[in-house]
Design a protein around this ligand. Structure first.
Ligand SMILES: *Cc1c(COP(=O)(O)O)cnc(C)c1O
Length: 360
C-alpha cells in the first residue's frame, strides 16, 4: 500500500500512535474486560479518566485556575447558540467580528438570541487580510465580542488577540485549538469542536471564565447551560464517552511530545515549507496576506477549474487525500493540523512540483 496522507479539514487526522493505543485497549480497557464505551460514565474508572484528561489539558494549554473546562455535545454550532444564551443577558447586544464563513454563520445564529452588530474585519482588496483588531472604543457596550481565530475554509488566521478593553472576548477556535500557545486570560469563553485538532467529532471543548457562569437566560436548555454543566462534570446527560477518551489520549500524546510549544514549532515549520513553495512559483496561487496565512489550513489554486479538478484527482491517486477545497471557495485546501507529519507536507510539495511541470 502506498503511504496515505490525509489532508481532510474535519473530521481530520488523529495521531497514529493514539489510534494504535485505542486499538490495543479496545476490548480490555483498564483491565475491565470491556471497552471504554461499555461502562458507566459515572463509575470510578471513567471518572478517573476524565479527571486525568482535564488535568492533562490544563497543563498542556496553560489554562488558569479561574476557568472551568467543559466537554459538551452539539459541536461548534451548538456553541453558536449557547454563547448568546449564556452571556447575552445584561446589555442585550453582542458584537461579532466577521472575517469569513464561520464567523458569519456564528453571527447569524446568535441573532436569534440577542441583538447582533457585525463588523467586517476582512479586507479583500487584493489579498485577504484582517486589518482591524482594536475595538476597545466600542466593545464595552456589548455583553461580549465574538470572533473566529482561524477561518477553516479560506485559511485566514488571526494571530494577535483583538483588543476589546474590559469587554468579554469569545473565540471559536475549532480549527486552531492546541496548535499554538494562547494567552487564555485574555478570553471569557473559548470553544472548539474536537474533530479538527483534538480527536473525533461528537465532543466540544468549552473553556469558560468562572465569573461568566451562572447568568444564563432562564429558558436555556440544561445541556447548553454552562452553570448546570459545570456543576455536573459536563454530565447532565450521557456524554460521548469514546470521543472523550480519545481526546484524552491526544492530550497525553501532545504532552509526551514536548507540549504545545513543540507542537507550535512543528506546525510553523510545516506551514512555512508549504507557503515558501507557494511563494516560489506562479503556477499555484494563495490569496491570503502573509500575516494572516493559516498554519492549519493552507488554500491554493491553479489558474482554472479543470486544472484544479485534475490536481485533486491525481493527488488522490498518489495517496494525498482530501485536498479539494470547500465548496463555497473551490480550489484546493491542505489541512495540516497537529497530527500531520512533516513528511506529508514534503510529499505534497513533491507532488505539486511534478504536477506543475507536467501541466505548465
Ligand atoms: C468546522 C468548524 C465549525 C463547525 O463545527 P461543528 O462542530 O460541525 O459545528 C465551526 N467553526 C469553525 C472555525 C470550524 O472550523
Amino acid at each position: 500500500m502506498t503511504q496515505i496522507f490525509n489532508f481532510s479539514a474535519g473530521p481530520a487526522m488523529i495521531p497514529t500512535a493514539v489510534l494504535e493505543q485505542a486499538q490495543a485497549e479496545l476490548l480490555n480497557w483498564q483491565e475491565q474486560g470491556t471497552s471504554v464505551m461499555e461502562i458507566s460514565h459515572r463509575g470510578k474508572y471513567f471518572m478517573d479518566m476524565i479527571t486525568q484528561c482535564e488535568k492533562d489539558l490544563r497543563q498542556l494549554f496553560h489554562i488558569p485556575d479561574n476557568y472551568k473546562v467543559l466537554f459538551l455535545q452539539g459541536g461548534a454550532r451548538g456553541q453558536f447558540a449557547a454563547v448568546p444564551m449564556n452571556l447575552a443577558n445584561n446589555k442585550g447586544k453582542a458584537l461579532y467580528l466577521v472575517n469569513g464563513h464561520w464567523s458569519s454563520v456564528a453571527a447569524k445564529e446568535a441573532a436569534s438570541f440577542t441583538q447582533v452588530d457585525e463588523i467586517n474585519i476582512l479586507n479583500s482588496d487584493r489579498m485577504l487580510r484582517v486589518d482591524r483588531l482594536d475595538f476597545s472604543d466600542i466593545a464595552e457596550q456589548y455583553d461580549y465580542v465574538h470572533y473566529c481565530t482561524n477561518e477553516t475554509i479560506s485559511g485566514v488566521e488571526i494571530f494577535d488577540v483583538p483588543n476589546v478593553g474590559n469587554a468579554v472576548l469569545v473565540a471559536d477556535m475549532s480549527s486552531d485549538i492546541l496548535s499554538r500557545h494562547i494567552d487564555i486570560s485574555k478570553f471569557g469563553v473559548i470553544y472548539a469542536g474536537a474533530q479538527k485538532n483534538m480527536g473525533p467529532s461528537g465532543i466540544t471543548l468549552v473553556i469558560v471564565r468562572d465569573d461568566l457562569i451562572g447568568n444564563a437566560r432562564q429558558e436555556t436548555p440544561s445541556i447548553w447551560n454552562y452553570a448546570v454543566q459545570a456543576k455536573s462534570d459536563s454530565m447532565i446527560n450521557t456524554p460521548p464517552t469514546f470521543a472523550w477518551y480519545l481526546c484524552g489520549l491526544v492530550f497525553k500524546h501532545l504532552l509526551t511530545h514536548g507540549g504545545l510549544e513543540a507542537a507550535e514549532q512543528r506546525n510553523r515549520a510545516k506551514a512555512e515549507l508549504l507557503y515558501n513553495y507557494l511563494n516560489s512559483n506562479t503556477f499555484y496561487h494563495n490569496y491570503v496576506a502573509e500575516e494572516n496565512r493559516s498554519i492549519m489550513n493552507v488554500t491554493f489554486t491553479t489558474d482554472n477549474h479543470e486544472l484544479n479538478a485534475k490536481f485533486v484527482a491525481e493527488a488522490t491517486k498518489a495517496g494525498l487525500q482530501a485536498l479539494k477545497g470547500h465548496k463555497v471557495l473551490g480550489g484546493m485546501r491542505a489541512s495540516i493540523y497537529n497530527a500531520m507529519p512533516i513528511e506529508g507536507v514534503q510529499a505534497l510539495i513533491a507532488f505539486m512540483q511534478k504536477f506543475a511541470q507536467e501541466n505548465a
